[in-house]
Design a binder for this molecule. Structure first.
Ligand code: NAD
Length: 484
């Protein structure tokens, strides 16, 4: 057992309603100060097999459980999350370094909402029957089976429950493999599901490294759905494994999203939107890391951006006054720094930042903005996943759209403009799963969520989640043929 703050946390796998250890463990390190906070069970093929077996065994009874009862249990899980909000928040902050302020006010309430939303959506799920030459068509959403859910470290519990909640609502059973850099809140969620009364084996957690325990999980022939959030290279491995069994999969991947600032925009709003991209120390898939600014306002925009960014307070994420915390892991900081050093070597100019804050111990990367970047350079085209933005200018709307659509990604796009007509014109031409106009990060769970191009495959959210997590069936019944 580990203790974080005053919260005691299991370090084992949660399989079939029991805590299960492994012979080996791995160190879980806090990005706040680099200290080991837990020694977590390091699973492999054996644990993946046991978890899939437990989930397979639990599936028939859970699939037969009424929608109303499943919804009731999901609301009970949400109650458990709300009761432990403070504890979940401090554990997540210590584990992944994201702001305690955000966890308390936004993220953990959203975790509870994930369960409530999909519980309620399930009860309204349906399609009107329709007739074909007197025959009745009836569409149903049948539970599919065991879901393998693989999640990243940047918003661990929020992203995991965005998959767990619809999967459980759909009548599926779950094996969750959390990221090895932030494994702890998954164990707390397991405890919450017990308290809520979820039957054994319906929800399972296996801990460890992706290649060791994640790979055998996604390759398992009894897994009926794979939902993955993470990087493009890992997605390729997972897609290859899924191909062997033709397991349907949903992939939510990286991005290099643009924020397009037109000269007719409210510049204060545009600057605020731009500075917001440093949230979570830049470790946000949706972050608009490419600032595309109309040339006539670029100088003023840059000046105001630098002034605003310099007011951000970087430091301990447990301090409620902090705006930017650490990055997740020393290895990740080195990766970010590699991008920055190569950008400088290629001739880009760091207007602010450009390295980690050594006074804070090296894990806190300073918010960085580059100008003078070449359109085909690495820093403009590859996802850094840190607090590193680039600024490029454009002259015409066509040029802005072409630049916005120029990468291999298509997760999101944000535009700032004072013209409705322009917003409509530009939005129509952007390649992105989500477009925000004069706003950022407004997310409704009933909206489709996913990415175009290499930012993902498929959509989740509202009906789209149930379409993915269920076997959708159409039953055609003839008008006659009945005995009596
Ligand atoms: P990652 O791909 O390195 O790891 C994600 C998960 O996959 C981890 O749990 C890891 O253990 C597991 N994994 C690794 N190899 C595996 C394998 N062979 N088989 C099965 N599982 C394996 O990603 P990360 O560094 O944890 O997260 C950052 C990435 O996630 C960024 O690219 C970011 O944009 C993306 N992301 C996307 C979204 C979205 O909704 N589109 C949200 C958050 C993060």
């Amino acid at each position: 057992m580990a203790t974080v703050g005053d919260v005691t946390i299991q370090e084992d796998h949660w399989i079939g309603g029991a805590w299960v250890s492994s012979p080996a463990t791995f160190d879980d390190v806090s990005p706040i100060d680099g200290q080991v906070i837990a020694r977590v069970a390091r699973g492999g093929a054996k644990e993946a097999e046991e978890a899939v077996r437990a989930a397979t065994k639990a599936f028939p009874a859970w699939a037969r459980t009424s929608r109303e009862e499943r919804a009731r249990l999901l609301h009970a899980i949400a109650d458990g999350v709300e009761k432990r909000l403070d504890r979940l928040a401090i554990v997540e902050t210590t584990d992944n370094g994201a702001l305690l302020r955000s966890h308390l006010r936004g993220v953990m309430p959203r975790v509870a909402h994930n369960f409530r939303f999909f519980a309620d959506w399930l009860l309204g799920l349906g399609h009107d029957d329709f007739e074909t030459r007197g025959h009745r068509n009836h569409v149903s959403w049948d539970p599919a089976g065991v879901c393998a859910l693989i999640t990243p470290w940047n918003a661990p519990l929020m992203l995991a429950t965005w998959k767990i909640a619809p999967a459980l609502a759909a009548g599926d059973t779950v094996v969750l493999k959390p990221a090895e850099w932030s494994p702890l809140t998954a164990s707390l969620l397991a405890e919450i599901t017990v308290e809520a009364g979820l039957p054994d084996g319906v929800f399972n957690v296996i801990q460890g490294y992706g290649e060791e325990v994640g790979a055998p999980l996604v390759a398992h022939p009894d897994v009926r759905r794979i939902s993955f959030t993470g990087s493009v290279p890992t997605a390729r491995h997972i897609a290859r494994a899924a191909a062997a069994n033709l397991t349907p999969l949903s992939l939510e991947l990286g991005g290099k999203s643009p924020l397009i600032v037109f000269a007719d925009a409210d510049l204060d709003l545009a600057v605020n939107l731009a500075v917001e991209q440093y949230d979570n120390a830049g470790q946000v898939c949706l972050a608009a890391t490419r600032l595309l600014v109309e040339e006539s306002v670029a100088a003023e925009f840059t000046e105001r951006f630098v002034a605003k960014a310099s007011t951000l307070r970087q430091g301990d994420p447990r301090d409620l006054a902090t705006d930017i915390g650490p990055n997740i892991h020393r290895e990740h900081v080195e990766r970010i720094d590699g991008f920055v050093r190569r950008a400088v070597a290629a001739g880009a100019t760091p207007v602010i930042g450009g390295g980690p804050d050594t006074d804070l111990g090296g894990l806190y990367y300073r918010p960085t903005l580059f100008t003078g970047v070449a359109p085909d350079s690495e820093i403009v085209n590859e996802e850094v996943f840190g607090p590193v933005l680039t600024l490029q200018t454009f002259r015409t709307e066509d040029e802005a759209v072409a630049m916005a659509n120029s990468t291999k990604f298509g997760l999101a796009a944000t535009l700032a403009t004072g013209s409705r007509e322009r917003a409509d014109r530009v939005t129509e031409r952007l390649v992105a799963g989500t477009v925000w106009v004069n706003c950022f990060f407004v997310r409704d769970l009933q909206a489709p969520f996913g990415g175009a191009r290499q930012s993902g495959v498929g959509r989740e959210g509202g009906d789209w989640s149930f379409d993915f997590y269920c076997d959708v069936k159409n039953t055609v019944t003839a008008p006659g043929g009945w005995n009596g």
